[in-house]
Design a protein around this ligand. Structure first.
Ligand SMILES: NC(=O)c1ccc[n+]([C@@H]2O[C@H](COP(=O)([O-])OP(=O)(O)OC[C@H]3O[C@@H](n4cnc5c(N)ncnc54)[C@H](O)[C@@H]3O)[C@@H](O)[C@H]2O)c1
Ligand SMILES: O=c1ccn([C@@H]2O[C@H](COP(=O)(O)OP(=O)(O)O[C@H]3O[C@H](CO)[C@@H](O)[C@H](O)[C@H]3O)[C@@H](O)[C@H]2O)c(=O)[nH]1
Length: 328
């Protein structure tokens, strides 16, 4: 059994990783400001510290209560559009806070660090699968702020020996298959929960952003990776960090267009999905699909959810039981 500090563990991806760590028999302390997360998303078996990473006194106090077998860092702001409006907010909330956390981890002798990076590093990628060798070209201050943390981790290893895994998530989707956690962003901007809520008539018709992209059906293509598969990837990389730092893309290698998502939600729910055509959303690349080969070769990880309908089923199941998400 090992003991981990999880920043942002009350959020969507973090809460699913907390479940995976607990299921694997580990001890977990969640550190979260609840800015976008939910107290109810933190399982009872995990300890909870309500704190902001900007509060270094609070952070140092928690880190001093070691020993720790690693820190997993999910806490961030992650609205691409918001970052285009207020770039410095993202530089401070993601890059600045990331630097402070890395520095504190080095001072407290932490040896292993896992970081939530993003496919948002590849703002202008073409339609070929994106590998770890694809040139980085962040399309937004959000993507840039994540890349700055990746670079800080590179130097933290070279100079201090802190081993890290930068996991570049593609589109996280779905919910815990056992129904213990789900997706509840406020505001919700992600396609699958929006389409499900449109089908359930819990919001107006979905606006489909752009139908004139250079893709087979004219709508954008994304690589939807089930959040539980994503969580398993975090556990899979931990043993590697005893020796070296790594960077991996985490996706399925398969893409689905926005139209295919609407069709999938229609099939899974048996409901009509009201939608209307809208303009392109600025900054949306036409196609983002991972090449997860390097992660698979290095760890044996493979996605268990390879059919978009199975992913949508888990998201729909959670939403039906939790129409208000995690509540007020
Ligand atoms: N959801 C995706 O598809 C996706 C894709 C790529 C990368 N990511 C990255 O994965 C991570 C998790 O994403 P998510 O969708 O779960 O987001 P989320 O908003 O649900 O979770 C983020 C959590 O961090 C907490 N937090 C934010 N700032 C904090 C601070 N200063 N101190 C303490 N806690 C703080 C929030 O309260 C929240 O619980 C983020 O770093 C995000 O950039 C997500
Ligand atoms: O109301 C909506 C919302 C979304 N979309 C489209 O659906 C696709 C997927 O959008 P979304 O679910 O917002 O995901 P992304 O824009 O691909 O970004 C997400 O996935 C990135 C990784 O790919 C992360 O870095 C970001 O944090 C996360 O928001 C895009 O083509 C959107 O234009 C619509 O057509 N209508």
């Amino acid at each position: 059994m090992a003991r981990f500090l999880v920043t942002g563990g009350a959020g969507y991806v973090g809460s699913h990783v907390v479940l995976a760590l607990l299921d694997d028999g580990h001890d977990v302390v969640v550190f979260d400001s609840l800015r976008t997360g939910h107290r109810a998303a933190v399982p009872e078996q995990a300890s909870f510290v309500h704190g902001d990473l900007a509060d270094l006194d609070c952070l140092n106090k928690v880190l001093a209560e070691g020993p720790w077998d690693g820190v997993l860092h999910f806490a961030a702001l992650s609205l691409v559009g918001e970052s285009m409006q207020d770039p410095m907010l993202y530089m401070s909330a993601n890059a600045g806070i990331g630097f402070g956390l890395i520095d504190a981890c080095v001072r407290h002798g932490i040896k292993r660090f896992v970081f939530s990076s993003t496919v948002g590093l590849f703002g202008s990628a073409g339609d070929a699968p994106i590998s770890e060798d694809t040139p980085v070209d962040p399309g937004s201050p959000y993507g840039e702020s994540k890349y700055m943390v990746e670079r800080a981790l590179y130097w933290a290893d070279r100079i201090h020996g802190l081993k890290s895994a930068c996991l570049r998530y593609f589109n996280a989707a779905g919910a815990d298959p056992a129904g213990r956690a789900g997706e509840d962003h406020r505001p919700e901007t992600h396609l699958i929960p929006l389409v499900i809520d449109a089908a359930l008539q819990r919001r107006p018709a979905l606006t489909l952003f752009g139908q004139d992209y250079p893709t087979p059906d004219g709508t954008c293509i994304r690589d939807y990776v089930h959040v539980t598969d994503l969580a398993r990837a975090h556990l899979a990389v931990l043993p590697l960090l005893n020796e070296k730092s790594v960077t991996f893309n985490v996706g399925t290698g398969r893409g689905n267009s926005n139209r295919e998502i609407i069709e999938s939600v229609g099939r899974v729910t048996g409901l009509d999905v009201p939608w209307k055509a809208g303009d392109r959303r600025p900054g949306d690349p036409p196609c983002l699909v991972a090449s997860p080969a390097r992660l698979m070769e290095a760890t044996g990880w493979a996605p268990e959810f390879t059919d978009i309908d199975r992913i949508v089923e888990t998201a729909y199941a959670w939403r039906k039981v939790h129409p208000q998400g995690y509540g007020a």
